[in-house]
Design a protein around this ligand. Structure first.
Ligand code: ZN
Length: 132
């Protein structure tokens, strides 16, 4: 069964910490070990795991992606959001996390982030739990 998180982003570009919501979904599943896949079915947002203790890490990631792929660059995609598509591909559309004893195995400083690159929008995050 696929679980779905719905969220509303509030800026064109932002990293939204969804760790607590993913843990909440896992708590309602009856599995003690396996893999959880967190996937975003969108072309202009991604998902990534990184530090959620110091918020400046998020700012640095966003700033560097902005330098690598500027919003006003020369792109062929006529919709005007080519940078968002490229940034989404750079981060990827899913992450897998190991589940053990019913808990996500994340490092002390790790969190799961939805990476919005063309907001604000309503976004869906799909979560599949694979017992094993
Ligand atoms: Zn587009």
């Amino acid at each position: 069964m696929i679980k779905r998180l719905e969220l509303q982003t509030t800026s064109r570009i932002q990293l939204v910490d969804i760790t607590a919501q993913v843990k909440g979904i896992l708590r309602n599943e009856e599995i003690s070990s396996g893999i959880i896949t967190v996937y975003v079915p969108h072309t202009t947002c991604g998902v990534t795991i990184n530090e959620n203790a110091d918020p400046s890490v998020k700012d640095d990631i966003i700033a560097l992606l902005g330098k690598l792929v500027p919003a006003g660059g020369e792109y062929r995609h006529a919709e005007g959001n080519a940078d968002a598509h490229i940034k989404a591909s750079l981060l990827g559309s899913s992450v897998n996390v190991i589940v053990e004893s019913g808990s996500l195995i994340l490092g002390t400083w790790q969190g799961i982030f939805l990476a919005e690159f063309d907001g604000p929008r309503k976004r869906s995050v799909l979560i599949k739990v694979l017992p094993g």
